[in-house]
Write a protein that binds this ligand. Structure first.
Ligand code: SF4
Ligand code: SF4
Ligand SMILES: [Zn+2]
Length: 150
C-alpha cells in the first residue's frame, strides 16, 4: 500500500477508513450503508486517500485540509494549536475521539510506529484481515471486534 496517499491532512490514517475500504474491497453492502448515512448514491463511495487524486467529495472540501495546506505543514500532527476549534467542533464525535488518538500517538511514537499500531489494532485477530476503524464485527469471519479508540 502506498502510505503517502493515506496520510490524511487531519492526522488520521486513511488505510483504515470505511470509505476507502468499501471502495477498495468493492464491498457493496458497506457502500450502501455509508451512502445512506450521508445521502449519496453508493457508486459515489470512491476514495483512494486524502493525499490521492481520487477523494470523496467531503474530504475534497474539508476545512481542516485547507487549514493544513495554508500552514504548509504535513498534517494537524505538526500543528501546535491541535486540537483547535475546527477539530473540537467537527460534527462527528467519534471522529474527534479518533483524530485525537491518532495525533497523540504519532506525536509520542512517530509516524512508522503509529501506522503499524493502527494496522495492528484494526486487523481481525481471528482471520488477520484489515477492517475499518468503525467496524464492530469482522466482515470476513464474523468475529466481534473490541472498541479500539476509547
Ligand atoms: S474519505 Fe477522507 S478520511 Fe476516508 S480515505 Fe478518503 S480522504 Fe481519507
Ligand atoms: S489549526 Fe487546527 S485544523 Fe489547522 S492545522 Fe492546526 S490543528 Fe489542524
Ligand atoms: Zn476476521
Amino acid at each position: 500500500m502506498d502510505n503517502s496517499k493515506l496520510l490524511a491532512h487531519c492526522g488520521v490514517y486513511c488505510g483504515v477508513c470505511p470509505y476507502l475500504i468499501a471502495y477498495k474491497n468493492k464491498d457493496d453492502r458497506l457502500k450502501q450503508k455509508l451512502a445512506k448515512s450521508i445521502g449519496i448514491k453508493p457508486e459515489k463511495i470512491i476514495c483512494e486517500g486524502c493525499n490521492s487524486d481520487l477523494t470523496i467529495f467531503f474530504c475534497r472540501v474539508c476545512k481542516i485540509k485547507e487549514c493544513v495546506q495554508n500552514k504548509s505543514i504535513q498534517s494537524c500532527a505538526n500543528c501546535e494549536e491541535f486540537p483547535c476549534d475546527l477539530i473540537e467542533r467537527f460534527p462527528y464525535k467519534e471522529f474527534i475521539k479518533k483524530v485525537k488518538w491518532d495525533v497523540n500517538y504519532q506525536k509520542k511514537f512517530g509516524k512508522e510506529q503509529w501506522i503499524s499500531k493502527t494496522i495492528e489494532l484494526n486487523t481481525c485477530p481471528t482471520c488477520q484481515t484489515l477492517q475499518h476503524w468503525r467496524a464492530r464485527i469482522c466482515k470476513s469471519c464474523g468475529t466481534k471486534l473490541e472498541e479500539r479508540y476509547l
